[in-house]
Design a protein around this ligand. Sequence first.
Ligand code: BJ8
Length: 429
Amino acid sequence: MNDNRKMWESLGLNLEAHDQLLAALGPIYHEVYLSQPNRPKGMEYFDFVVSDIHGIRVKELLEHKAKGGKVVGTFCVYVPEEIVVAAGAICIGLCGGVDVAAEEVEKVMPRNLCALIKSFMGFKLGKLCPYFESCDLIVGETTCDGKKKAFELLAEYAPVYVMETPQMKKDMDYAMWKDELYRFIEKIEELAGNKITEESLREGIRKIDAKRKALKRLSDLRKNVPSPISGKDALLVYQIAFYDDPERFTQMVNNLADELEERVKNGISAYGNGEGPRIMVTGTPMAIPNWKLPHIIESSGARIVYDELCTGERYFQDLVGDVEGKSFDEMVDALARRSLEIDCACFTPNDRRIEKIVAKAREYFVDGVIHYSLQFCDPYTIEAFKVEKALKDAGIPVMRVETDYSHEDVGQLKTRIEAFLEMVSEKRA
Ligand code: BJ8
C-alpha cells in the first residue's frame, strides 16, 4: 500500500469509492485542461496540485495536526479565513463540485436540492474527501435556506459551527455581523488553544490580503485583448485558492501573473487561434471539479474573461486594506466591512451586484454574459431575471443557464450556447 493509501485509510475513507472518484478525474482533467493549446508555463504548478489533489496538501494538514494544529473547513466566502489563520489553524474551503454518494444523500435530504449542497453532504456521507475528514471543525453559515438546514443534518456527522450571516446590509446588519465575528474569534481561539492577538490578527489579514491581491492582479490581466490566459485556467487558479497553503499559493499566482504580463506585452493569446467573443460568467460558485459550463463555452470558441462568482471575483475583489497601527477592534470592523462588500444573492435587496455586473461587462469589453444558476438555487435563479433585464437595458446580450452537475444536458447546453455565441458574434461584427 503506498503512502497516500495508508493516509486515506487512516482518515477512514471508503477506499474503493475514492479510487473510482480519482480515476474519473484524470480523463476529465485531460480533456478540459491539458488539451488546451498555448497555456502559460505557470499553470504547471496548478496542474501538479490537481494531479495530486488528495495527496501532498492532505499530508501537510495531517503534519500540522500531528503538531497540535487544527484544521477548519468552510463553505462560504463570508467566513473570514483571516481569523482562522490568526489563530494558527489552517482554513480549507470544502464546497463540492461533483455528484457523489447520491443514494446515501437522498436517504437524509430531498432529491430536489442544489447540487452543491448534495455534493458536500455526499462527500461526508460517502467518506470520500480527505480534506473533510481532516477537519476539526466545519463552519457553516445562514446564507441560503438549503445550506442552513443542511448544516443541521451535517452536525449529526461532524462538529459543525454556524455563523449567522445577515440578510441585509443596513448599519444594524454590519453591527450584528461584527458581533458574529467576535463570537467566531472566541470559538476559533477555543478550538486552536491560541489567543488571537493584535499582531497575529494583523498578520492573518496581511497573508490573506496578499492572496486576494495576487488573484486580483491575475484577474485584471484578463481585461487585455488578446486574453493571456484562458477562462478555464483562471477558474482553476480561483478554485485552488480555497485549499492551498496561502503563502505558497500567493507566490505561484504572482509568478503566473509575471508571465501573463510578458504575454500581454508580446500580444500572446492563450487560445492561439484569434479572439472569439468575450464572455462574462455570473451566478452560483463553481467548486472543483465543476468545469462543465466553462468547458462548453470555451470549446465553442468563446473566451471567458470575467467570473462574477464566489470562485472568482466575489472572493478577492475587496481587500481588508492597510491594518498598520489599527487596533484589534478596528481590524475586526474592517474584516466585517470587507466581507459585507460581497454581493451574494442571499442578500436583499442586492441591486449593487447587478450594477457591478453591468459596469464590469463594460470594463472587461465583454460581448455577452452567461448567467449560471444551479438548479434549485432560489437566490440566484430568481435574481437572474433582474440581472437579465439590467443587461438587456444596457444593450449587453445575456443568456440564462440553469443546470446541475450531471452531464445529461451537455449536448443541449452546447446547442444553446453556440446559438448565443453566434448571435453575439454577429452583433460584434
Ligand atoms: S457568498 S454564493 S459561497 S452562499 S448554490 S448553496 S446559494 S442554493 S453557494 Fe454561496 Fe456564500 Fe453566497 Fe458565495 Fe445555496 Fe444557491 Fe446552493 Fe449556494
